[in-house]
Design a protein around this ligand. Structure first.
Ligand code: WTA
Length: 646
């Protein structure tokens, strides 16, 4: 009877068990790991930390004065030393650390020994510019080897890096440089995108004109585009590297010294500088990378995320390199020159571990199997997903067409703030369900709670929280500890609030449902509605703006904006276009609204709160819910007419 029931389950309702040959060789084979780590999470993390190189051992694993944590108190460590130097003693020094393929098809392989030379040289360049421990360096670069070199050089001398994704506008860059007060900015002349050179340095020039702290800009020559250089301020990377000696003593860092700052969108207009420190962060990213991706010495590992996001930091740079991995670094787009470019890269370099985002998978689905079938993907042995909930259809397509039903899929839930993956299967032991990130990692305590902070029963839905500190947790918001406490630790007593909603199913599996706050997730990129709203109201035509995320077939969510105009301004298609470009200019192309709907007035409650739920219903074409609390119900009617006229 039961068997029959199982047979009748649709593929997306089935449980996928790890295949036996994979399990037999898996790094984690013993399911006891969950209980063992749960019984004493500090001991578990201390064991994981032992796998790194420490200049001095810690005195205490965890000092927890909620909401402020210190991990591996008194321990001394250097992240760059762990990612490079300790691999140089044996044969690994000749192992490929980075295999780079540029968009035009150029290639470069850096062994660990090469990486040591380049990183220590650049560390000396930074020291020569007066950068010392604690001075934040801003990095605004394409996906080229020099970005990894710059990050590790910062880590070597104890200068926190602050990466700004190359797709952000000059204004977004300016604000981040000013918040960090960087003296040095590292950038490139431009970046290749679908055969065209897109300028980056120009954005830096515009930004830095309003950044009093900046003394030097280092420019990598990537595209050869004509580039203005300020004689006093700007230097070419290749010039300064020529003169720099190799070899540079790693700074002895306290476990709790800052490794990096990474700005991310929140519910207010101002992005937050998320602060990660050294010892705990490196412990957790190395451990999770080894266990979730089942990393073996001979693997070629490819994470397609841009290094400007947390996924790039943790699972392109620090986790993999700390583990001595061969990392694929790819500059281009998946459809240039053809729609099989990713599969070409996998075939060419025999990539074995592949980590990408659901938004990309949905795009591949749309392009069809003609592109995936053209290439030999048999080197793959494990697939990963990150950035947003993966819909079961996309999961199944990934499983069938990329994994050839032979590769476990690890759906990894985490955030910029968590530093490392919090919820994911262990591929050798955890049965998976399409669309569920499964269960918390060993040593991590995640739960789903109701409004009152009480755990929901199995089968229930609520808010995703983390109930115990973890080594790679953000330590604070840069220069704003109050904001840290308020944003993450005030919603539920003694728990970290993720901002996500989730369901706990009958087996205790976690199904993350997306943000419950005012953050939109567009193609796996976080955008604050408040940021887009403040960009819109800065435009002279706009009186008021409300921005929501609506469902989008490929992007997961799309930015949908509602505006009211100032007296005397008429709505026109050109104005809509102009407003969209205005947002892109203010924040970056990723925040460009999909559509802008003009209203006489925004729907508000009688107390004046904008009813975003209603706006979402309108944007997604749903039958409207309760409108009785609206101050002026006719507003909705007008908006609906406007929407259908689009
Ligand atoms: C979402 C990216 C469902 C979630 C690592 C989270 C996910 C936000 C998943 C963090 C996943 C990320 N399943 N949702 N596997 N991974 N998210 O800071 O809403 O860029 O809060 O970090 O992405 O985005 P962030």
């Amino acid at each position: 009877m039961l068997n029959q029931k199982i047979l009748q389950l649709a593929p997306e309702e089935q449980i996928y068990h790890p295949n036996l040959s994979f399990s037999a060789r898996a790094n984690v084979r013993d399911a006891q790991i969950y209980e063992r780590a749960g019984a004493n999470f500090e001991e578990f993390w201390a064991e994981e930390a032992q796998k790194l190189h420490w200049f001095r051992p810690w005195d205490k694993v965890l000092e927890w004065q909620s909401p402020f944590a210190q991990w591996f108190v008194g321990g001394k460590i250097n992240a760059c030393y762990n990612c490079i130097d300790r691999h140089l003693e044996g044969w690994r020094r000749n192992k490929a650390a980075i295999i780079f393929e540029g968009e035009p098809g150029d290639q470069l392989v850096l062994t660990y020994q090469d990486l040591y030379r380049e990183v220590t040289k650049f560390a000396n360049v930074l020291l020569g510019m007066g950068i010392t421990k604690g001075d934040p360096v801003t990095i605004y670069m394409p996906m080229i080897p020099q970005v990894v070199i710059a990050m590790l050089a910062c880590a070597r001398i104890g200068a926190p890096h602050s990466l700004v994704f190359g797709g952000f506008s000059s204004e977004a860059l300016r604000d981040r440089i000013n918040d960090a007060e960087s003296k040095v900015v590292v950038t490139a002349d431009g970046v290749w995108r679908r055969g065209k050179s897109i300028p980056l340095k120009q954005n830096v020039d515009t930004a830095v004109a309003e950044c009093p702290s900046v003394q030097k800009v280092v420019v990598v020559q990537r595209t050869g585009a004509e580039t203005q250089m300020d004689a006093d301020r700007d230097v070419w990377y290749h010039d300064v590297m020529k003169a720099a000696p190799s070899g540079c003593k790693p700074e002895i860092m306290d476990a709790e010294d800052i490794l990096f700052i990474l700005y991310t969108s929140g519910t207010t207009g101002r992005p937050k500088g998320i602060v990660h420190t050294t010892g705990g962060y490196l412990t957790a990213v190395a451990s999770t990378h080894r266990n979730i991706f089942d990393l073996k010495e001979e693997d070629v590992y490819w994470c397609t995320a841009d290094v400007g996001w947390i996924t790039g930091h943790s699972y392109l740079v620090y986790g993999p390199l700390a583990n001595g991995t061969t990392v694929m670094l790819f500059e281009g787009a998946p459809d240039y020159p053809e729609r099989d470019r990713f599969w070409e890269v996998i075939e060419k370099y025999k990539v074995s571990l592949f980590y990408t985002a659901p938004t990309a998978i949905r795009l591949f689905m749309k392009w069809g199997e003609e592109w995936t079938n053209k290439r030999d993907l048999s080197s793959l042995r494990l697939l990963g997903s990150v950035g947003e909930p993966i819909n079961p259809e996309a999961w199944l397509w990934y499983h069938k067409n990329i994994g050839k039903e032979n590769c476990p899929i690890v759906d990894t839930w985490w955030q910029t703030e968590t530093g490392s993956v919090m919820v994911a299967p262990l591929p050798g032991i955890t049965p998976t369900k399409p669309g569920s990130a499964t269960m918390p990692m060993p040593g991590v305590s995640v739960d789903v709670v109701d409004e009152m902070g009480e755990p929901v029963e199995r089968g229930g839905t609520g808010y995703l929280v983390i109930t115990k500190p973890w080594p790679s947790m953000l330590r604070t918001v840069y220069k704003d500890p109050q904001r840290y406490a308020d944003t993450y630790w005030s919603r539920f007593e003694g728990m970290y609030f993720t901002g996500d909603g989730a369901r706990k199913d009958e087996d205790g599996y976690i199904w993350v449902q997306g943000r419950v706050d005012d953050v939109i997730n567009v193609s796996g990129h976080r955008i604050g509605t408040a940021e887009v709203e403040s960009a819109l109201v800065e435009h002279p035509a706009v009186a008021e703006a409300a921005v929501i995320g609506r469902k989008h077939e490929l992007k997961g969510q799309a930015v949908s904006a509602f505006v009211t105009l100032r007296e005397g301004i008429a709505w026109a298609p050109e104005l809509e276009k102009d407003l969209k470009s205005h947002v892109a200019k203010k924040i970056g192309g990723l925040a460009r609204p999909e559509e802008i709907i003009c209203a006489w007035e925004l729907p508000k409650t009688r107390s004046g709160k904008i009813m975003r739920r209603l706006l979402r219903d309108i944007a997604e074409g749903r039958v409207l819910g309760d409108t009785s609390t609206l101050a002026d119900p006719t507003v909705v009617k007008q908006l609906l007419n406007q929407k259908t006229a689009l």
